[in-house]
Design a protein around this ligand. Structure first.
Ligand SMILES: *[C@@H]1O[C@H](CO)[C@@H](O)[C@H](O)[C@H]1NC(C)=O
Ligand SMILES: *[C@@H]1O[C@H](CO)[C@@H](O)[C@H](O)[C@H]1NC(C)=O
Length: 505
């Protein structure tokens, strides 16, 4: 007697089209400037700023697009990209900026809306703006669980009721522990900044901070009051179905920056983000599009080489790394010109931002608007590590050596864990084939068939295995003697069916 067990294993991501990686080797500034949250005034906290030199506390599209340089590789990209920075708080209370390694990568994922696969991707309109994340957030809670519980498989999020925008936004943050001697961690795998002891013990090449922006748009507003409500996440954060009312798919922006937290290994103290957040739950990022939208649309439509390399897009004009690094902010509020934000910055965070631990939301740490006037800046930049290879994995582009990362792990792996890692580590959306069935089956099981099912953008391989096991059969025999009717036998079969679901996108 056999009992049948279904085990759905990981399939491969499919229906996912192209992407490219905007490299921004230069950093145009590190400053308390934020034209979205604090227009025309000094911002609450420090940001690392990449992109157009026309960025300022009052920057609009014309300022960005009309500026003389960008710190990114493609000269047509005059956008601004900015996010908070981590400081190290020494045991004696003094703060020091953590060095940023290699600049920044801004991925442009061109994932369609799974529920409207032919809808296409619409370029950002000029001056389009948005924020990902919430600077005041100081906790992680999804389904009542904290950040120490690994995410359930993506295919279960919807069933578990974990696809609210608040939930998805928390899963859009990643703090990737870098150790180039080991297999890379998956993107968006850990949603909090590891503690100092963990970093010291495990992350000998620092931390890669990742943030995914919403990529579903309401199709009309360039911005909204909170800079968020005109956009929404698809139900798997990076891809999936757009919620109704947000039916226009825009490029999926994903920022990556690497920070040399390892430089403080063995030193007593803790890391703190410039917004007074220790755990990273309040990490966020901002964007203003400085692309000419017709040009960006052409890029979206034609730069579909699965390599993700901007060099493979014939319409892009690419400038070299030194030129990217030479680009700096054109103007800076005078009150900020002498503010110490890099290196050792004293015994408080710039702007007097206080550490607020949560779990309740941070109160606005800004003492209030300060008048900004414009003067000539003296903002330095941090030189990154030169890439020595053509290895274009997320984050790997900045690493110094080519030898270690086992990035070739196959997405057809039998192990769901490994496959997850491979997909996220590669983030190569060129995978369209269904996965091969895993060859190995545990003792006592036989594979009886493999089904491939497509759910939206995801192909899952459902491996149906049979466990060969003996079961109890109780036979009750009723003997009817009063008539000539035939004997009836009833068999009570005790069959245990185990539904093991391990489906992942
Ligand atoms: C605190 O310690 C750091 C690291 O040793 C040092 O660079 C800094 O000058 C010290 N600050 C003060 C105020 O003593
Ligand atoms: C967790 O953070 C959210 C968003 O800031 C907030 O609304 C909620 O009250 C916080 N939870 C607790 C227990 O403080």
């Amino acid at each position: 007697m056999k009992a049948t067990t279904s085990l759905a294993l990981l399939g491969a991501v499919s229906g996912v089209s192209a992407f490219w990686r905007m490299e921004c080797r230069g950093r145009v500034g590190v400053a308390r400037i934020d034209p979205l949250v604090n227009p025309n005034e000094v911002a609450q906290h420090v940001h690392a700023i990449h992109g157009s030199s026309g960025f300022s506390e009052s920057a609009k599209f014309d300022d960005l697009a009309g500026a003389d340089c960008t710190s990114c590789a493609v000269t047509e990209d005059m956008s601004s990209y900015w996010a908070p920075v981590p400081y190290f708080k020494h045991a004696n209370g003094s703060y020091e900026l953590v060095e940023q390694v290699g600049g920044m990568l801004a991925y442009y994922f061109l994932f369609g809306d799974a529920s409207n696969p032919n809808g296409g991707i619409k370029a950002f309109p000029e001056d389009f703006r948005m924020i990902a994340g919430d600077t005041l957030r100081r906790n992680f809670s999804i389904g009542g669980l904290g950040a120490n519980i690994p995410d359930p498989e993506k295919s279960l999020w919807s069933m578990l009721g974990q696809t609210s925008q608040v939930d998805l936004a928390q899963r859009a943050l990643g703090f990737n522990c870098l150790n180039y001697q080991k297999a890379p961690e998956g993107s968006l795998h850990r949603h909090y900044m590891p503690e100092k002891d963990y970093l010291d013990a495990n992350c000998e090449d620092g931390v890669r901070i990742e943030i995914m922006f919403p990529s579903c748009w309401n199709g009309k507003d360039l911005d909204s009051k909170n800079h968020r409500s005109h956009v929404a996440y698809p139900d798997l954060v990076m891809n999936g179905d757009c919620p109704s009312g947000f039916d226009v798919k825009i490029p999926g922006l994903f920022y990556e920056t690497i920070w040399a937290t390892n430089a403080f290994a063995g030193r007593e103290g803790e890391f703190v983000f410039s917004n007074g957040d220790i755990q990273g739950f309040g990490y966020h990022a901002d964007f203003i599009s400085g692309w000419k939208s017709d040009f960006l649309q052409e890029a979206v439509d034609t730069c579909t080489n699965p390599s993700g390399r901007i060099q493979d897009c014939p319409i892009f004009t690419i400038q070299d790394e030194d030129t990217q690094r030479k680009c700096g902010l054109k103007k800076m509020p005078s009150v900020l010109v002498n503010e110490k934000v890099v290196g050792s910055v004293g015994t408080s965070l710039p702007g007097g931002v206080q550490i607020q631990y949560g779990p309740e939301p941070a109160t606005n740490p800004n003492p209030g608007p300060q008048t900004a006037t414009v003067a000539v800046p003296t903002v330095g930049y941090s030189e990154g590590v030169k890439p020595t290879d053509t290895n274009y994995l997320p984050g790997q582009i900045f690493k110094e050596t080519t030898s270690s990362a086992p990035e070739s792990a196959s997405v057809t792996s039998a192990s769901a864990e490994e496959s997850e890692a491979a997909i996220t580590a590669q983030a190569v959306p060129s995978i369209t084939a269904a996965p091969a069935a895993p060859a190995a089956v545990e003792d006592g099981y036989e594979i009886i068939r493999t089904d491939y099912i497509t759910e939206g953008h995801v192909v899952k391989a459902v491996i149906v295995k049979e466990k060969v096991e003996y079961i109890t059969v109780t036979t009750t025999t009723a003997t009817l003697t009063s008539t000539a009717q035939p004997l009836k036998a009833r068999h009570d079969r005790h069959v245990h069916r185990h539904q093991l679901r391990h489906a992942r996108p």
